[in-house]
Design a protein around this ligand. Sequence first.
Ligand code: ZN
Length: 345
Amino acid sequence: MNVWAMNMERFSRQIRFAPFGAEGQKNLRDATAVIVGCGALGTVQASLLARAGAGTIHLIDRDYVEESNLQRQLLYSEADARQGLPKAEAARRHLLDANSEIRIEAHVSDLNPENVDDLLSGANVILDGTDNFETRYLINDYSVREGVPWIYGAAVGSYGIVMPVLPGDSACFRCVYPEPPMGAQPTCETAGVLGPVTSLIGSLQAMEAIKMLSGRSESVRRKIFTADLWHGPIRETGMSARDPDCACCGRHDFVHLNGRRAPVSLCGRNAVQIHEIRRPIDLADLASQLEGLGTVRSNEFALRFTLRQHDGNYEITVFPDGRAIVKGTTDIGVARGIYARYVGN
Ligand SMILES: [Zn+2]
């Protein structure tokens, strides 16, 4: 039986929308979307794209589901948080419940200069579900170098912003933000964030992605959308033209693709990510080594080890590729020390 013919009914309501149509549906089926970050924005993007029938979706996320995610990260359940599942894997499972006929790949990983070519290759569009400028500059460099569009989105408090980047056509991210913002920025941990805002921003990103993937890029809104859903206005402003001197899309100086990353302190989260260490770790082995030293919980995707020390409590989550998140400190040295002491390097 022709599987495709069988399933047109599933998409009948969007095919009925004339600018999308049956051709848009087929184009979408043949397309690949990469979602970087499976938090509040990424789960909304992924849910809408999977249900719409995007043929291949790659999910990239380095984190695991926690109870405090459930207020806005629409794909996850209490069971995911209890099990400490990696977000990419939990999202993949829930997306397949909604549409089992598409291909979904979960990458429990941190997008960085070393793996960016592997993880983003084949993308027809990249959706930003990250929470930091460093990763956005990396995505932007890749996007401009490879000519793959991406859609910037961010939300904090009651505020959100969306901007599509169409390489060779619109301004790129570095045309608009040549430098990251100075000083401490509000984060979802320090300033909070509201679910309707992240859902709105994720939806707008998914909308522009569906236009691109269905072959209707001419309909992409070449605007910067901003909204403050609690205090302020909802606005669209025209995007500035491309800056001919832009280091990225003008001079092709892809500095972020060439960088090597040091451990990062996860802003506002009292945690440090150790991601420069790359070597496979057998989590079952490690679990038995740590037995008796603290509380250990592990599955095939991650191991969580809680440690009480005289100077505080720490929680280390170790992933099979050697990466780890150390909670309980923002001091990179302390985090490295704990990693070295309990995981080894
Ligand atoms: Zn530029």
